[in-house]
Ligand binder design. Sequence first.
Ligand SMILES: [Zn+2]
Length: 213
Amino acid sequence: MAWTYDPTTHRYRDGERELTERQMLALRNAIADGMTAESASLAQRLIDGALSLVEWAKAFAKLIRAGVGAGFLLGRGGRATADAAAKAALADLVNTQLAYAKAFAADVGLRLGDGTATVEGVAARSALYAGASVQAFDQGRSLDWGVRLPFYPSDGDTACGGNCRCAWEIADFEDRIEATWHTEGDSRVCDDCRSRGNRYGPGSPFVQSKVSA
Ligand SMILES: [Zn+2]
């Protein structure tokens, strides 16, 4: 058996088994954690001199493409269901991050030049890019559900930046789609995440009406 995506229920299923919301989020976070670990190892190899700046920048860009792509497609329902709109949205997300990464690489180059580059410094800044895969998951998912959400986890508009692992829980009703913001109850949660949770948390979800002309 293999996991396939059901676009009606917005769930992955394999025979009788269905991925739960929690399992989807665990996969989303595993992709981000994988990016963090891999980018830390790249930072180490850069500072050790095993990678040149150009090699590091290429490997980091490749990691961004892979991680953001994996997060987005997980949310959107897999490669098989991705249409032209999905592919364009994914390309936008990747290109935005690659532009940031280019500036990051230029800064790393300066720091290598003046001797202030450290493994910790490069790894910490790299880790923020893992959030791009989280944001991509939620953007892919909202595209799949046909809901426009006011903001996304790890969208960079919260103090925690790319470290955000909060989540939208989406529910489909006959006349509306509801989305509830859940703040992840860990040390990553910042005041901005909390205020999102106060606004659109359990009991006061974001509501998008389906009624149209
Ligand atoms: Zn958050």
